[in-house]
Design a protein around this ligand. Structure first.
Ligand code: ZN
Ligand code: ZN
Ligand code: ZN
Ligand code: ZN
Length: 328
């Protein structure tokens, strides 16, 4: 849906190294973390780990009391910030959950928007392959391929159904409605403020692409002031929960910020999920020596596997047919 402007389309993978973390400072003894008998990081006294005062941001230090904690605060600050960032990155670069399955063919939903559709009757997302299969089987009927409810007679009817689902807490209903407002279609006025409000709600209800769209709004300044930090925040939320589009954008943003290693980490994850553009970026990362041969080979294998899992005869047929028509 909302895509990023051309400014983002160029990749800037340089040869810079990632910032050198001071390894010697990193040497936090494991004993500090694991043992139940802990040592106060400020005064060095031993105490029972469970009853001690811990840093409420990181998992590295314990203190005998609040006074020790306070005394140690400025000394601990740097190490603490680094650890917090490290813990966050661990979450950020974890392999995200798989895409949801189409409820009819039970194959993972295609990554491209437009290769599946939202049904305002039952709130399901159906892949185009299953729609195509139904049409081939029973001819073109205006019914839902999943619950067989006749399609809305008008845009107003579809919107009414959509809102009803939204009231029941359907994330996708929120997401789709947001899209109507964003584009000003289906008889809705173009209203970015409303769209962004619904993207946020949809994201909170579990629609990852909604967070991606909200990130794009902050990136492009659609209905909000441009705010790159917030854009990153929502892209990260989306990516951690499985949006390959958000993951890809993070890669591009990190590349432009001169962080080729981080960029490639994002591209690898998106490529592993079967996202073609990300695989192209991984290839480039390999050519420039940022990605090793092994990493590249592993990514390629995972990419192929994800692609195969999303493929079906009916989806291929639907895609061919779609290409032969002018898309609505
Ligand atoms: Zn102490
Ligand atoms: Zn801390
Ligand atoms: Zn399907
Ligand atoms: Zn339905």
């Amino acid at each position: 849906m909302a895509d990023l402007s051309g400014a983002l389309s160029t990749l800037n993978i340089g040869s810079g190294n990632e910032s050198n973390n001071n390894e010697e400072e990193e040497a936090v003894t494991n004993a500090e973390i694991i043992s139940t008998v802990a040592i106060c990081a400020a005064c060095g006294k031993e105490g029972s780990g469970d009853s001690m005062n811990t840093c409420n941001k990181c998992d590295l230090v314990k203190y005998c009391n609040a006074a020790c904690k306070k005394k140690h605060k400025s000394k601990h600050k740097k190490k603490c910030e680094r650890r917090v960032a490290e813990l966050y990155d661990k979450k950020l670069f974890k392999e995200p959950p798989l895409p949801e399955d189409c409820p009819i063919c039970m194959l993972p939903l295609p990554l491209a928007v437009g290769e599946s559709t939202f049904e305002s009757c039952c709130g399901k997302i159906i892949c185009m392959g299953c729609i195509y299969a139904m049409v081939e089987r029973e001819g073109a009927k205006n019914i839902c391929a999943f619950c067989r409810t006749p399609g809305g007679e008008s845009d107003e009817e579809t919107i009414r159904r959509n809102k009803k689902l939204m009231d029941k807490g359907s994330a996708y209903a929120c997401y789709w409605l947001a899209g109507y407002y964003a584009r000003g279609i289906m008889g809705m006025p173009q209203d970015w403020a409303k769209a962004n409000e619904l993207y946020l709600k949809a994201g909170e209800l579990g629609c990852v692409e909604a967070y991606f769209n909200l990130g794009s709004s902050y990136y492009n300044g659609d209905g909000v002031e441009i705010d790159k930090e917030r854009a990153m925040h929502y892209f990260e939320l989306a990516a951690m929960n499985g949006s390959v589009h958000a993951r890809y954008n993070l890669g591009v943003i990190e590349g432009q910020a001169g962080n080729p290693q981080r960029a490639c980490k994002h591209f690898i994850l998106a490529a592993r999920a079967g996202y073609e553009e990300a695989l192209d970026a991984v290839k480039e990362g390999f050519r420039s020596g940022i990605i090793t041969k092994d990493e590249y080979a592993n990514t390629l294998r995972a990419y192929q596997k994800s692609q195969d899992e999303m493929k079906s005869e009916m989806r291929d047929k639907a895609e061919k047919k779609q290409r032969s028509f002018v898309i609505r």
